[in-house]
Write a protein that binds this ligand. Sequence first.
Ligand code: NAP
Length: 283
Amino acid sequence: MAILLDGKAVSAAVKAQVKTEVAALKEQGVSVGLAVIIVGDNPASRTYVNNKKKACAEAGIVSEEYALPADTSQDELLSLIDTLNRKPEINGILCQLPLPAHLDEKAVIAAIAAEKDVDAFHAVNVGHIMIGDHTFLPCTPAGIMEMLHFYKIDAAGKACVVIGRSNIVGKPMAMLLLQADGTVTICHSKTQRLAEVTARADILVAAVGIPHFVTADMVKPGAVVIDVGMDRDENGKLCGDVDFAAVEPKASYITPVPGGVGPMTVAMLLKNTVAAAKMQNNL
Ligand code: NAP
């Protein structure tokens, strides 16, 4: 039986700390503000944005939503970002991805002022992460590190395998595990003999986007298994990248889906927004 890494409990602790910090900043006359941009009507994006707004409200962070129609032009979106970059009461800007196909995601990320880039997707912030000198960490990998820390799971010297190399999850996850002194392997769709590689992992992170992709034969007995996936099974039910029922008896620790990595992502966004407010107010 593995111990469940309870993202709800750990995120609640992070959120409580953020709430205290926001209240302390308010006493110093500093209000914390986050702008959330959503383009089009992708139902998953709408759910994520609603969750983020709710979490902001609970923490005392002022959130402003900018819901733009699906046919918004690149110039209109960049013009809004420019306005928000200059707005002093907005400390963080996030543009919910994916954007409609006609919009240039890279250009949109690049347009957000690095000091307001609370998703940490801007090349400047990615560079800071590479050299281990960061203000913001991308929310999902940072949330996973927070969870490992909470459960006193040390990556130092461990074989860490990350499946997935996206800019949002896989690559920064690998970098954070490396900074924690893990010995890191990154796998992807061209990796050969994947199961042999993953079966050597003391800490295995799955960020693939394929339901139940990680099966029991891919997991070392006693491994820590982190499931980033937010997938839908054949019945349309939310599930992860890990075949939980088969893998759980083999693992020492495992994240459930839902209730594992997902709640941590939102909590880390709040944490980044407070960090942005402090930095912008020289605190
Ligand atoms: P992504 O950009 O689609 O990347 C998926 C990665 O998986 C790619 O690097 C891809 O390799 C790799 N891959 C695909 N098929 C593979 C295979 N057969 N063998 C090995 N590797 C394979 O996805 P993402 O944005 O990183 O997201 C991954 C998952 O995490 C999704 O389910 C997403 O919904 C979820 N997610 C959850 C949260 C959260 O808060 N819980 C946050 C973000 C994402 P190539 O590079 O070679 O194509």
